[in-house]
Write a protein that binds this ligand. Structure first.
Ligand SMILES: NC(=O)c1ccc[n+]([C@@H]2O[C@H](COP(=O)([O-])OP(=O)(O)OC[C@H]3O[C@@H](n4cnc5c(N)ncnc54)[C@H](O)[C@@H]3O)[C@@H](O)[C@H]2O)c1
Length: 437
């Protein structure tokens, strides 16, 4: 991507296509509608509230990000979704229990207007759900074509000029890349032959990319994190990103762990446990889905702390993550962390965090930012893995030869420097020696 390339302006409607009309997606849609009515502020959204410093500190130039780069306006967003249950957006949001009655009532009409299309769903991949609002096709290739037809119909009905797909459906069971994922050719053969290792999320992603729609993955499923999808994204010139929205406990980890490392404080162990009672919690109660989430959550500390460089400080970290489904809590999760650190002369210390968080409240602004930034990426012609969007993910995708970047502050710098690069501004290195010459 050349510095200061021309960026096409965001004209017309931007379609947001979401497999999964559950807690996160309905909280996101409701929030956007409340914003449009002037009944809420976009708290938690970097694209809406964040500024970006340009030039030297003495210049005092810090525009809002949304004024610095041409992002679609939230007034131009239109929504489409698929779900294996037939509840419309309002019914689903009521069941999710994230938003209060006042908020739900204020956007009842807009939420109810989002009727989910029939899902590509297999119980095999999400054991704890038994949805019946499901497409029937002889092969996975046929199911993919049906999703492509849905996308085309949505485009016509809504009169969109561009679309972005964000996976907001349940976490699928754990899978490792196999031969069928290694090339586009093998994958497309697998679709026709109903290969058992092609997950529903991969059928949606394939259909999106074939339809010219960028794809971001909010769950820890492999989905586009396989060579076949990367090949397809490059071939179609489309951005892909993932995986697993960085909210709650992992967000805290990627804020604290870089701090410990910066001060060369040691870590003996980090025990994280969660209770949550939403449908996501129910799905994660199944060991196969939990395994996918666990892998995503565990990778964070190791990559931030780099035990190979600091064996004395981080060579023996006991890292445990537990998720317990506890229905009375609903979407209001409680995450406890016990962190055993050590300092000067090896003296031990403990930090306890009790985060009474609201998962979907943390995830909704991430969906908004990803939609707007993936759309920007597609207009600029950025294709393949969008590493600069790692900021939003627990398990950021990166080129095969790279270790992913997990440190929230490096991720933010990378994101902002990418925006500066796109607009032809100098990158900010934080060197600052020139102020003292
Ligand atoms: N809430 C957060 O903070 C957070 C953070 C990181 C990741 N996530 C991930 O985001 C996803 C959504 O979370 P949520 O809290 O909204 O969950 P949810 O259970 O409320 O919603 C998911 C929806 O997806 C539907 N679904 C499942 N399989 C489907 C398929 N194949 N096609 C279409 N629909 C399907 C379910 O019926 C459900 O309505 C989950 O995978 C979750 O792990 C959430």
């Amino acid at each position: 991507m050349k510095k200061g390339s021309k960026i096409e302006s965001p004209k017309g409607k931007l379609g947001v296509l979401m497999p999964g009309l559950g807690a996160v997606s309905t909280t996101f849609i409701a929030g956007v509608e409340l914003l449009r009515k002037g009944k809420a502020a976009p708290i938690g959204s970097l694209t809406q509230m964040g500024t970006i410093r340009l030039g030297k500190r003495t210049e005092g130039r810090s525009p809002l990000i949304r004024e610095f780069v041409p992002l679609a306006s939230i007034d131009d967003l239109v929504f489409g979704a698929w779900d294996c249950f037939p509840d419309n957006g309002h019914e689903s949001a009521c069941k999710a229990g994230v938003l209060n009655e006042g908020h739900l009532e204020a956007v009842r009409k807009e939420l109810a207007a989002v009727e989910p299309m029939k899902a590509v769903f297999e119980r095999e991949w999400v054991a704890n759900l038994d949805g019946k609002h499901v497409k029937k096709g002889k092969t996975k290739a046929q199911l993919g074509e049906m999703i492509m037809e849905d996308i085309e119909r949505f485009r016509k009905q809504m009169g969109t000029s561009r679309c972005v797909m964000v996976w907001t459906a349940s976490t699928e069971k754990y899978q490792k890349p196999e031969d069928v994922h290694r090339s586009l050719e093998a994958f497309e053969r697998g679709l026709k032959e109903n290969h058992p290792s092609i997950a529903p999320s991969q059928i949606y992603a394939w259909a999106a990319l074939q339809s010219g729609v960028p794809f971001a993955n909010g769950a820890p499923n492999l989905t586009v994190d396989i060579p076949a999808m990367q090949e397809l994204a490059m071939k179609k010139g489309l951005p892909i990103a993932g995986k697993d929205f960085k909210t709650g406990q992992t967000l805290m980890k990627t804020i604290l762990a870089p701090g410990f490392k910066a001060r060369m404080l040691g870590l003996n162990g980090w025990f994280s446990t969660n209770i949550l009672g939403n449908r996501d919690g129910e799905v994660l109660d199944d060991p196969a889905s939990f395994k996918t989430k666990e892998e995503s959550k565990l990778s964070v500390l190791e990559t931030i702390l780099q035990p190979h460089l600091y064996p004395l400080l981080y060579g023996k970290v006991h890292h445990k993550v537990r998720i317990n489904y506890y229905p009375p809590r609903g979407d209001n999760k409680e995450g406890w962390d016990n962190i055993d650190i050590f300092g000067w002369l090896g003296y031990p210390m403990q930090i306890k965090i009790d985060f009474l968080c609201r998962d979907s409240i943390l995830a909704a602004p991430i969906v908004l930012d990803l939609v707007l930034l993936m759309d920007l990426a597609q207009r600029v012609g950025m294709k393949g893995i969008q590493e600069w969007l790692s900021f939003y993910f627990k398990s950021p995708m990166a080129a095969p030869q790279l270790t992913p970047e997990h440190d929230l502050f490096i991720q933010l710098m990378k994101l902002k420097n990418t925006l500066r690069h796109l607009r032809g501004e100098e990158l900010i290195t934080h060197l600052g020696l020139e102020y003292y010459d």
